[in-house]
Design a protein around this ligand. Structure first.
Ligand code: GTP
Ligand code: MG
Length: 195
């Protein structure tokens, strides 16, 4: 996939900071540390556009990135990760509000990519999020992350288990690795169908 440019469009804590509507948007969401920022960087072929970190809770605001390809321009939105244990209840409520305020009232939002670590089983948060997004009629793709951490012999079994554990179409479940680039082309292809 040819990327002509990828740059920061806006960084926001709430609706007043969102960019002006016009371009289609794709949101990246998932548990803290699951690899949202890393996968986003892989998709746009920039190593350091979105900040990544081994410390969970790196992304605390909504980051909008404008991506230009020969055939279209769109915004990828990196959302703060949820489920990070070492923050106060109040801080967690604030994050949840920030994410839901965006997902629930953003007309340009065309699709959501829910990230799930391929080695872990999805929890209530993931299932709730999928149900909630379906309620808003926002299509949900699932990117299974960190595929490189799984031995090849374990892959098929994990993929079956994850397909059973999440209420999305099996062919909308994409195994990916931000490290090797596996699944990135497939993710673009699926997104293109939704845009
Ligand atoms: P928050 O911003 O805290 O919500 O985290 P995030 O979901 O944006 O995760 P981030 O991309 O910062 O990655 C978290 C850690 O996982 C970093 O140490 C990354 O290097 C690592 N990581 C991300 N993707 C992969 C992958 O595909 N393979 C491997 N091996 N490590 C990965
Ligand atoms: Mg991040």
């Amino acid at each position: 996939m040819k990327i002509l440019s990828a740059e920061v469009e806006a960084t926001a804590a709430g609706p007043e900071g969102y960019p002006r509507e016009g371009l289609p948007e794709v949101a990246f969401l998932g548990r803290s540390n699951v690899g949202k920022s890393s996968l986003l960087n892989r998709l746009v072929q920039r190593k350091k556009l979105a900040r990544t970190s081994g410390t969970p809770g790196k992304t605390r605001l909504l980051h909008f990135y404008r991506v230009c390809r020969p055939d279209r321009t769109l915004l990828l939105v990196d959302l703060p990760g949820y489920g990070y244990a070492r923050v106060s209840q109040q801080e967690r409520a604030r994050w949840r509000h920030m994410i839901e305020a965006y997902l629930g009232a953003r007309p340009p939002l065309r699709a959501a990519v829910l990230l799930q670590d391929v080695r872990r089983d999805p929890g209530g948060e993931e299932r709730d999020l999928v149900a909630w997004l379906h309620g808003y009629e926002i299509p949900v793709l699932v990117a299974l992350t960190k595929l490189d951490k799984l031995r090849p012999s374990q892959r098929a079994r994990r993929l079956r288990a994850l397909a059973d554990g999440l209420p999305v179409q099996a062919d909308w479940l994409v195994p990916t690795s931000a490290q090797t680039g596996d699944g990135v082309r497939m993710l673009w292809q699926l997104l293109d169908r939704l845009l």
